[in-house]
Design a protein around this ligand. Structure first.
Ligand SMILES: Cc1cc2nc3c(=O)[nH]c(=O)nc-3n(C[C@H](O)[C@H](O)[C@H](O)COP(=O)(O)OP(=O)(O)OC[C@H]3O[C@@H](n4cnc5c(N)ncnc54)[C@H](O)[C@@H]3O)c2cc1C
Length: 506
């Protein structure tokens, strides 16, 4: 009797999981003992929410050399783009070499689909049993060591192991606005937005992060000519990706220093410890020539900040970005060394600054925003507090003590991004698994999983359930990056196959 592994989700994480399983199963020579069921509710594999947008202006926010879907080959996508010599300036943007380019996200979705198709064809040739099932999984049950998956048409499937690669769910906020015609609850796909543009003079966008940038591109690329205002509590725009990142050698904010502090105080590292190390690092790297306080941009004029960032993009970015990028491969180790309480504290006090520096926008899109600011068509308003429904449109209100006049908009788009808490994720499968204690909330966000193996830890999770991507956004820090997900999926697959082989000593 073959072991069945089920993958739920065919986006970037689903594709990476399928390919890594395929490779490892064949390397271990156990293809005759294992079969895969791969569930995807949408028509295509690879695209998903992240890479399925049809808008050319929706660019990757990561350079090509970090987007390879194969473990240990992060720049495989660079080769794929370069091989295609796809000089289509509409789809491949950026001033650097191939490895520093930013492609339209759907081109990356095409890449993922092509890789998945290649391995599905190989499975066909080798006789390895893989079944792609185009259906939504709505319920999951666990009975002893078997998982039972229920699909949207009443179909029932069983598996010995399940990998949840469900991706990024819709936000569960501003529910009271959903009944209104001129309110769009999510920026993707773009049709609900483009269907409502006619006659609109002032569009409001909830949020000012990368999702809001996407929304501006959708408006611009579909002929909108009116005013755009972004509303958010902090008014922070993402920073601008430098043409080439300036590498720095860290002296203070390093894993050995962090470990030494935790060892000496016999306590896990605290947010305040990290902040002090960061201050020292910043001072060291700038030779004390810059004041850290000037980088606190909350409440500052977003257009001026953007001009400054675009200026810095040609010189490797500013020191905050350089330090954040230098931490790329250490941040998840440091994150894992922190207690839940300290992680919550970090997200509360430093989260917004970390996000704007760590998840910056590509320069081509930054320049489009700059043009809109200079034309007086774009504004970013901080200290946003609430929305009031008017007969026509909406009134946006701010924190009282900030003396900002309320603003009226005639179309409102929710680009606040995905919730991190499981209970706030607008997804029936996640909510039913929570109810059945098959998954358990992690206070910082996402589901409780084993940090190394991504095995789900909950009273009713059994011993063969794994999760990846946004679903584990609390235990792991960098789940909104393909390179990180590909890395963690490699360990997940190793653990899953070890359990599988161990289960009947294959
Ligand atoms: C808009 C956006 C842009 C991003 N851009 C980048 C970027 O440029 N670079 C980067 O590194 N990261 C980016 N990310 C982060 C991204 O989340 C991760 O990179 C992640 O790896 C994306 O893949 P995924 O498979 O987790 O999610 P998704 O792309 O959301 O795919 C999940 C898939 O699962 C399917 N699915 C969900 N539930 C079910 C179910 N119950 N049954 C069957 N199928 C189901 C969905 O249809 C979808 O196809 C972006 C994220 C978003 C949301």
């Amino acid at each position: 009797m073959k072991h069945t592994i089920a993958i739920v989700g065919g986006g970037a994480c689903g594709v990476a999981t399928f390919i890594e399983l395929f490779i490892k199963i064949h390397q271990l020579g156990i293809g005759h003992k294992v079969r895969l069921d791969w569930f995807e509710k949408d028509e295509t594999l690879g695209h998903g929410l992240a890479f399925g947008s049809e808008e050319k202006g929706h660019l990757l926010n990561t350079p090509t050399d970090l987007m390879g879907v194969y473990a240990k080959e992060p720049d495989h996508f660079t080769d794929w783009v370069a091989d295609r010599k796809s000089n289509d300036s509409e789809l491949v943007k950026g001033e650097g070499g191939w490895s520093d380019k930013y492609t339209a996200r759907f081109l990356y979705g095409d890449y993922l689909q092509e890789q998945a198709d290649e391995y599905l064809a190989m499975a066909n040739r080798t006789g390895f049993e893989v079944c792609v099932k185009r259906t939504r999984i709505c319920e999951l049950d666990q009975d002893k060591s078997t998982y039972v998956l229920h699909d949207q048409s009443g179909g029932v499937h069983t598996a010995d192991f399940v990998v949840l690669a469900l991706g990024t769910p819709k936000p569960h906020n501003f529910l009271e606005l959903r009944e209104y015609e001129n309110y769009v609850p999510f920026p993707w796909p773009s049709k609900p937005i483009t269907d409502r543009l006619e006659g609109k003079k002032h569009v409001g966008v909830l949020g000012s992060s990368l999702s809001a940038i996407d929304t501006i591109m959708t408006l611009e690329d579909n002929g909108y000519k009116g005013k755009i205002t972004l509303f958010s509590p902090d008014g922070l725009l993402p920073k601008v990706q430098p043409i080439e990142n300036k590498g720095i050698d860290r002296k203070y904010l390093t894993v050995p220093n962090i470990h030494k502090i935790a060892r000496e105080q016999l306590k896990r590292i605290r947010t305040v410890d990290l902040y002090h190390l960061f201050e020292k690092e910043f001072d060291h790297q700038t030779a004390g020539s810059q004041a850290l306080s000037r980088f606190n941009r909350i409440g500052k004029d977003a257009a001026q900040c953007l001009d400054e960032d675009i200026g810095n993009a040609g010189n490797g970015g500013d020191m905050l970005m350089n330090i954040a990028y230098a931490l790329r491969y250490d941040s998840s180790t440091i994150w894992n060394d922190m207690s839940r309480r300290e992680k919550v504290k970090f997200m509360k006090h430093l989260g917004p600054h970390w996000a704007t520096n760590r998840h910056a926008m590509p320069l081509p899109n930054a320049k489009r925003l700059q043009k809109l600011f200079h034309e007086g068509r774009l504004r970013v308003m901080p200290f946003f507090e609430r929305v009031e429904k008017l007969d026509e449109g909406f009134k946006m209100h701010f924190q009282e003590d900030k003396n900002q006049d309320s603003q009226s908009v005639d179309l409102l788009i929710n680009a606040t991004g995905s919730p991190s808490q499981l209970s706030l994720m607008d997804d029936p499968l996640i909510q039913s698994m929570l109810e059945k204690k098959i998954v358990e909330e992690y206070p910082v966000g996402g589901a409780l999983v084993n940090y190394r193996t991504l095995q789900v830890m909950a009273p009713q999770s059994g011993n063969g359930l794994f999760a990846t991507g946004h679903l584990v956004n609390g235990i792991l820090m960098d789940v909104n990056a393909v390179w990180f997900n590909v890395r963690t999926i490699e360990t997940l697959v190793e653990e899953l196959l070890f359990k599988l082989r161990h289960r009947d000593s294959i």
